[in-house]
Structure formats: C-alpha cells, structure tokens
Design a binder for this molecule. Structure first.
Ligand code: PEP
Length: 248
C-alpha cells in the first residue's frame, strides 16, 4: 500500500483565535480536492476554534505538546484526554524547540508517545541532529539514539501508528533547507532503524521538516522515503501552505 502523503502546519506560538479562523477559512477552499492527510497544529488556545471550523473537511488537528500523565499537579500542562475531549486527533512530540528551550527529554518522550497512542492520539515524533552533530558525522548516531529512546515503550506492532518527522535543527526556521540527498538519506536511515527493531517500517510516514517552502516542496516530497512535510514558517500563510499540500 502506498503511504498517503502527510502535510502538517506547525504554527508554533503564532495566531490568535481570530487569526486561526481566518487561516482555516482561506485554506479549506484551496485544498478541498486533496487526498492527502492535511494536519494543522495550532497553539492550545486556538485548538477548539480550528477543530470546529474544519468539521466535515479532510483537515485534521494536532496539538504541539502534551504531558504524559492524564491529570495531576502539573501546572501549565495539558494531557492527552483533554486533547481528545476537544476532538484533537494528533500531537507533535519532541519538537527541537521543546527539547532546546523547555527541557524536553528522551525520558519524557518515552512516556509521552505511548500515552498519546493509548488515548488514540497520533504522535508526530520529531527527531533531528544539530549542525555540530552533522559536521562531526554523527547524524545517524543522534537519530538512532532518539528513535530508540523515544519509542522504547511502544510495541513493534504500534510503531506504524507514529508519524516520524526528520527535522535537522540547523534547517528549522533558518531558510537553510536540507539538500534532497541529505533529506532522503536521513529519512531512509530512520526507516532502516525502525525496520531493524521489528516495526512495519514501510507503513510509517516519515516527514521532512526544515524551511520547506512552496518553491522547494515538490523536490523534497518526491523523494522515495519522504512521505510528507512538517512546515513552520511557510504554514502561517494559507496560500503558501496550500501550495505545499498541492506539491505533495
Ligand atoms: C518546524 O517548526 O517544525 C519547522 C520545520 O519550521 P520551518 O518550516 O519554519 O523551518
């Protein structure tokens, strides 16, 4: 079975509720005919608005983070059941900005990924190397370490329910996009690591993320092991995001 292309918009800490509504209204007519999985990841405050506006359409909604516990004394956090109650369908986990600025660890991710799956939320697990690691020839080592740790508590038969986003840190928000060779090599390596641990690796959607734009999307999305894109900056403008969906 061919893997359905998966294009996700990571808005990060952008868009008020009113701006989110405007975006969805502009996006929906532009992607009405798509057969791809189109996912929008608003900040928590705009989740409800986006969920309601996209009802009856192909657009799915993901949160940008969650806690692994269902409830408790974790001020400022949100749990998987809280997201499910809003009809949110997926959650971004391990984005490099969370790892870098908010102390997200592989230990926490090893609990978050199974917690999301147990709640029927599709995890979009982000992995990727720093520029220093790439320069030192450690890209594969970093990716393998993150995948092994973050998926340690996921059963082999459930790994294909996880979407993996390869996001080289040096390409995120920098305008410095990975070459098609770098993106293909890393995504193929990720698939190999998943296959080696016994997962149905050919069923796993692996996305590339890092300065994807309408102008470079088609080339990246045509790569054999790149099944979609996680888009930051270019996903803030409905026309640009729709153009990326169309390029897939
Ligand atoms: C991201 O936030 O996941 C991302 C890839 O950002 P950008 O497209 O802006 O590089």
């Amino acid at each position: 079975m061919p893997r359905t292309p998966y294009i996700a918009a990571n808005w990060k800490m952008n868009k008020t509720v009113a701006e989110a509504a405007e975006f969805i209204d502009a996006l929906l007519p532009r992607i009405a005919a798509t057969q791809h999985d189109v996912v929008v990841c608003p900040p928590f405050t705009a989740l409800h608005e986006v969920v309601e506006r996209r009802r009856g359409t192909a657009v799915r909604v993901a949160a940008q983070n969650m806690h692994f516990e269902e409830s408790g004394a974790f001020t400022g956090e949100v749990s998987a059941p809280m997201l499910v109650e809003l009809d949110v369908e997926a959650v971004v986990l391990g984005h490099s900005e969370r790892r870098q600025f908010f102390g997200e660890t592989d230990e926490a991710l090893a609990k978050k990924v199974p917690a999301a799956l147990a709640a029927d939320l599709e995890p979009i697990l982000c992995v990727g190397e720093s520029e220093a690691a790439r320069d030192a020839g450690q890209t594969d080592e970093v990716l393998e370490r993150q995948l092994r740790a973050d998926l340690a508590e996921v059963a082999d038969e459930d790994v294909a329910k996880v979407v993996v986003a390869y996001e080289p840190i040096w390409a995120i928000g920098t305008g410095k996009v990975a070459t098609p060779e770098q993106a293909q090599e890393a995504c193929a390596f990720i698939r190999d690591v998943l296959r080696a641990r016994g997962a149905a690796a050919d069923d796993v959607r692996i996305l590339y993320g890092g300065s994807v734009k309408p102008g470079n999307a088609a080339e990246l999305l045509a790569l054999p092991d790149v099944d979609g894109a996680l888009v930051g900056g270019a996903a803030l403008v409905a026309e640009d995001f729709a153009a990326i969906v169309e390029a897939a």
